[in-house]
Design a protein around this ligand. Structure first.
Ligand code: 5GP
Length: 122
């Protein structure tokens, strides 16, 4: 799939749309979800133009991948959920109802999440 340069997260990365930044490093940006589903609901995105995990895996350097994972862990820590726990979700592709075509990870936390199984909504 060709990367859509005008998707909302690309526009956030270019500074055209504001975001409530939680963390940033050379390769990733983390910001609060505009429509939080949990007390902590942060999105972490790579800075490169990757629509989904497949493009990220195929196109990103080891440094980019490491920077992304580091950003997820650091964002969880800054959000205060490292000790209490949190859920990571990446809606990837049509069947997962991915809305924004820029690869991203949701961090959900701040209260116990109902159910032990992975759920698309909670
Ligand atoms: P997904 O693509 O994984 O289904 O979800 C995309 C997420 O992006 C949603 O949780 C939605 O609330 C969030 N979102 C959509 N537009 C914006 C925006 O302009 N700013 C922020 N911070 N989040 C957004």
């Amino acid at each position: 799939m060709a990367y859509d340069q005008n998707n909302i997260f690309a526009r956030i990365l270019r500074g055209e749309i504001p975001c409530n930044k939680v963390y940033e490093n050379d390769h990733a940006l983390a910001f609060n979800d505009i429509s939080p589903q949990m007390p902590v609901h942060v999105l972490v995105i790579p800075k490169g133009p990757y629509t989904n995990l497949e493009e990220f895996h195929a196109g990103a350097s080891v440094e980019e991948m490491g920077g992304f994972i580091q950003a997820v862990a650091e964002t969880a820590k800054l959000s205060g959920v490292t000790e209490s726990g949190y859920r990571l979700v990446a809606n990837n592709g049509v069947d997962a109802h991915q809305e924004v075509p820029h690869f991203h990870m949701h961090i959900f936390g701040g209260r116990p999440i109902a159910g032990r199984m992975i759920k698309a909504q909670d």
